[in-house]
Design a protein around this ligand. Sequence first.
Ligand SMILES: NC(=O)c1ccc[n+]([C@@H]2O[C@H](COP(=O)([O-])OP(=O)(O)OC[C@H]3O[C@@H](n4cnc5c(N)ncnc54)[C@H](OP(=O)(O)O)[C@@H]3O)[C@@H](O)[C@H]2O)c1
Length: 357
Amino acid sequence: MTINTTPVGTDMSAGQTAREAKEHQSIPDLMTAVVRRRYGGPEVVEVERVAAPKPEANQVVVKVAAAGIDRGVSHLLTGMPLLVRLVGFGVLRPKQPVLGYDVAGRVVAVGSNVERLRVGDEVMGIADGSYAEFAVADADKLVLRPSNVTVDNAAVSTISGITALQALTKVGQVRPGQQVLVIGASGGVGSFAVQIATALGAQVTGVAGASNLDTVRQLGAIKVVDYRTKAIDQIGGTFDLVIDIGGRNPISRLRRVLTPTGTLVMVGGEGGGRLTGGMGRTAWAALLSLFSKQRLVAFISSESLEFIEPLAEMLADGSVVPHIGARTDLVGVADAIARLETHGVAGKTLVTVGGAS
Ligand SMILES: NC(=O)c1ccc[n+]([C@@H]2O[C@H](COP(=O)([O-])OP(=O)(O)OC[C@H]3O[C@@H](n4cnc5c(N)ncnc54)[C@H](OP(=O)(O)O)[C@@H]3O)[C@@H](O)[C@H]2O)c1
């Protein structure tokens, strides 16, 4: 795979300095943003005029064209499970009032230490507060948007895509020909996991709700299963690798569908206790792993270029095409997050902010 590094819309030929100066001026003092100042449900979310961000030395400011919604945003809105507050997002109230991480847009200001990116670059990746007209981002969490990847597809891909990529490769060490079970195959992470596993030569069985089974099949799964009508240990056969994104299955049942030397990767899952939520099973799994030839592993996704760059390559070569199951604008973000909780969304929810830049 070769990444197409032609930055869309970058004028590298002439007038770069003049353009940089103009772009700097194009950051207004105030911007529209989706804000919450305390933890809670969608009712604590407001669309407000707030101060536009300025970059620190290793950061850039992106004029946001579009953003994506994932389950993590929902956890950071509610502050639940409590573990999310304890890992640095703010114990009593959120440290960053502006919501949103997935981003695509154009760089309009760069910090003094940033050399990889320039004003005018079209980028995709992870920002801090992307449901806004302008968002600040660490430069090493952004890559140039490949010229053949649309703003919308770039905007919804990074958070879920790099989680799926790491679960399958770095943690799960998937190999061609292996049987892979993806539990939660229709959601944000799962829709990427099915495609990436298939692109890497694995045979994928996808578990999802009945209404999303056709989508999961179209993403590449050779077999699909409705979790409401069939437990995973009734599917038949065993799997070299189980990617558990949906959670809710006890470890004992997950182990029954693994081969004797198979690997279980626990990505997430809703429900569970107030402290650790769906990740509550992981300590037990780590202990069991010490006495078993099966590998039982949980991980937290690393937001690094090591994974964002290959994900961008997969988007550019077409081996992964994000599934956008819902769309909104900034005003509709709170409802869209609520809908993710109550009804689920196949694939990702797109937030259109400035549109194609
Ligand atoms: N470890 C990490 O670093 C990391 C990174 C990202 C996300 N996560 C976590 O991963 C989880 C999934 O995130 P996401 O963005 O993919 O969420 P999502 O878009 O809401 O997808 C959830 C998936 O789980 C399925 N599901 C729901 N109930 C299920 C059940 N009882 N059994 C099996 N599957 C079930 C859903 O199927 P239907 O919608 O078809 O019913 C859907 O496919 C979340 O808990 C999130 O916090 C962890």
